[in-house]
Design a protein around this ligand. Structure first.
Ligand SMILES: *[C@@H]1O[C@H](CO)[C@@H](O)[C@H](O)[C@H]1NC(C)=O
Ligand SMILES: *[C@@H]1O[C@H](CO)[C@@H](O)[C@H](O)[C@H]1NC(C)=O
Ligand SMILES: *[C@@H]1O[C@H](CO)[C@@H](O)[C@H](O)[C@H]1NC(C)=O
Ligand SMILES: *[C@@H]1O[C@H](CO)[C@@H](O)[C@H](O)[C@H]1NC(C)=O
Ligand SMILES: *[C@@H]1O[C@H](CO)[C@@H](O)[C@H](O)[C@H]1NC(C)=O
Length: 612
């Protein structure tokens, strides 16, 4: 892999040659966190354990990038669709040269050579591999091995680190330090696989759904979701993508999962016969697994690829398998603790000249376990992709307004601030304003599914694109509803939703039913990719960052989304929010009506002028 070799670094841990005089300067604390519940300190980290320190330098022009992002993503702006090039984005996120110089000087003063520092194309990240003993000296801290009881994960982390005073303004963050990630797939554990009879026959008459293709949906779709069900329900039966107009779709995979090509073949025979004999490209990032031993394929990876690629066939498809995951066991000689999934994949994809235009991710964390500066920086990296014309969808989470912890004893939704107060738990990256969070529905006609992650961030301010929709929703709540359990003035999610239960996939050669917002993200992404195909075939640019468009047309009547008005998303001992007319914190604006959306995004009439 060209990319990997340019990022990998070899550090000669020999004599410390200090080229520059070390600045005499006091260290002060840069960041200090409380370890999230469930993590406990096991032992001091082994001094020779190697960590890959990623140093984020401030991006003084990020506000300009954000301005460009909103202009090129606003369907009423004259620059709509005029996405930025990789070089333009890199220039806008570049740090001050003074920051680069001072950070380099600091690293050099600790014996690190220029050759041991790898840098992102924009120079806004510097990565060095160092032993714990050196990291502790550089950051005036102590690393420990921490373990997480419920997931059996181990990490080498610290709860606080310091930097010389003069460097504070030149470094945004350094990780891994304080990030206690419990990155997980959003395949709902409550509704996991159960075997089903292949070839369901159903003599019941079709279900009338006015917004569906031909106004009806097969009766079997009420109990088993297939690619055909989704195309009927979301009004896309008559559309076949060209597959030759440069459009691409991708799914990301983590936690050592890979997608089985043998299972994909069975799935295609079952549901997309025209696609039999075709496959997808696998791109491994940071040593991600692609062991095609059938018995080891991942349910999450199979679900995401089978549906995203089944819906969009013959669109060229990629599965990104990113390595690095718990459990990290320091005692048995694991050389590097690499549980840093966001940054590794983001570095990789941002270095590509032509990333796929639509990318779905069905993984996430509890927002409160992600340090604020880290969440902000990762969210800003998603903005960089959006500015370049990439649409990113994420599962909204499987815990309703809570964290979805299947263990009732730990379901109280405690805050992480030491008070142990109860508060709704947001998911990250679903709470990042620069991605599209996809909630879940079930049944035909559709209703909200109870586990659909939704609510309010505790980190991100509310972007203007959703101000009206969210205020309208809040205005409908009785005064004082859930006072203290959420902050009504911030980013709210999900943005949209899609079916999320009883998806018929193939796993280890057998059909199984599976669900979760893990299913809704690749589904929604599939229809976005079909829209991109329609646009690219007409010579129009791809949709890119979707939310300004979604909130602009979601508010129009008649809506291009199927508004979901039944159901709620319980959690934290409450019934959660209600699905209601217009945007709501359970299903967003609802599920896609592809036919209507396609008309809007290819007509060139609605887009490009502001409605009064
Ligand atoms: C947790 O990990 C240890 C090894 O570190 C292993 O022996 C044990 O079986 C694991 N427990 C569970 C519940 O997975
Ligand atoms: C679909 O299934 C749900 C749940 O079993 C049921 O309430 C609903 O009536 C069914 N829809 C139709 C059209 O039969
Ligand atoms: C896949 O992994 C298993 C065990 O983890 C191993 O036995 C098998 O040889 C691997 N197969 C491939 C193709 O790498
Ligand atoms: C919060 O919960 C933790 C874990 O149960 C406990 O150790 C701590 O004392 C509690 N703090 C307060 C303020 O109740
Ligand atoms: C949801 O709807 C029910 C029934 O109308 C109502 O009693 C409840 O207060 C609503 N909950 C919220 C959070 O609005």
């Amino acid at each position: 892999m060209m990319f990997l070799s340019s990022w990998s670094v070899v550090l000669a841990l020999g004599t410390l040659v200090s080229a520059l005089p070390k600045r005499e300067c006091a260290h002060t604390v840069k960041e200090s966190v409380r370890p999230p519940r469930g993590w406990s300190k096991v032992q001091p980290a082994p001094a020779d354990h190697v960590i890959e320190l990623r140093i984020g330098l401030p991006q003084p022009n990020f506000a300009t990038l954000e301005k460009h992002l909103y202009e090129v993503s606003d369907p009423f702006h004259e620059r709509y669709g005029a996405h930025l090039s990789k070089e333009e984005v890199d220039a806008l996120v570049a740090p001050h040269s003074e920051s680069v110089e001072l950070v380099t000087e600091w690293l050099t003063s600790h014996g690190l050579s220029e050759g041991s520092m790898s840098r992102s194309p924009a120079q806004d990240w510097v990565t060095v591999k160092v032993p714990v003993s050196l990291a502790e000296k550089m950051l005036d801290t102590e690393y420990h091995v921490w373990s997480h009881e419920a997931s059996n994960a181990s990490l080498v982390r610290t709860t606080s680190y310091s930097l010389p005073d003069y460097l504070h303004e030149h470094i945004d963050l350094i990780q891994p330090t304080t990030l206690f990630s419990t990155w997980r797939g959003m395949k709902s554990t409550i509704h996991s696989s159960k075997a089903v009879q292949p070839g369901t026959t159903n003599n019941a008459p079709p279900i009338k759904v006015p917004t569906a293709s031909g106004g009806e949906v097969d009766a079997s779709c009420n109990t088993t979701i297939t690619v055909s069900c989704l195309k009927q329900l979301y009004n896309a039966v008559d559309f076949t993508p060209s597959g030759k107009d440069g459009n691409q779709i991708a799914v990301t995979g983590y936690l050592e999962q890979f997608a089985s090509i043998a299972d994909l073949k069975l799935f295609y025979e079952d549901q997309v016969p025209a696609a039999v004999g075709t496959s997808f490209k696998v791109t491994s990032v940071n040593g991600g697994q692609n062991n095609q031993t059938e018995s080891e394929a991942g349910d999450e990876a199979n679900l995401d690829t089978q549906f995203a690629f089944g819906i969009t066939f013959p669109t060229p498809a990629t599965f990104f398998t990113t390595g690095g995951s718990p459990p990290f066991i320091p005692d048995i000689g694991t050389p590097t603790d690499t549980n840093e999934p966001y940054l590794q994949w983001l570095e990789f994809i941002l270095a590509q000249n032509d990333p796929p235009q639509t990318i779905s991710t069905s993984y996430g964390d509890d927002e409160q376990t992600v340090p604020v500066n880290y969440a902000t920086r990762v969210c800003n990296l998603f903005a960089q992709l959006g500015a370049r014309g990439v649409s990113l969808t994420f599962s909204s989470g499987d815990g309703g307004v809570g964290d979805g912890d299947p263990d009732p004893a730990t379901q109280e939704c405690f805050t992480n601030d030491g008070r142990n107060a109860t508060r709704f738990i947001a998911g990250f990256p679903a709470s990042c304003p620069f991605v599209t969070a996809v909630g879940g529905t079930t049944f035909v006609p559709e209703v909200a599914i109870f586990f659909s992650g939704g609510g309010f961030s505790n980190v991100f301010p509310r972007p203007s694109y959703q101000e009206k929709a969210v205020t309208d929703f809040l205005d409908k709540l009785a005064p004082g509803t859930y006072a203290g359990l959420f902050n009504p003035y911030v980013q709210a999610f999900p943005d949209v939703s899609a079916q999320s239960n009883d998806f018929r996939i193939f796993l280890e050669g057998e059909p199984v039913l599976i669900g979760g917002t893990s299913a809704s993200s690749p589904t929604f992404a599939g229809f976005v990719s079909l829209l991109n195909d329609a646009r690219l075939s007409k010579g129009l640019p791809p949709l890119g960052f979707l939310n300004p468009l979604i909130y602009a047309i979601g508010a129009e009547e008649p809506s291009a989304f199927n508004d979901i008005t039944v159901g709620n998303n319980p959690g934290c001992g409450t019934p959660g929010f209600n699905s209601s007319e217009g945007w709501d914190a359970v299903t967003g604006f609802g599920t896609p009506n592809f036919g209507k959306l396609k008309e809007i995004v290819t007509s060139g009439k609605t887009l490009g002028r502001r409605h009064s």
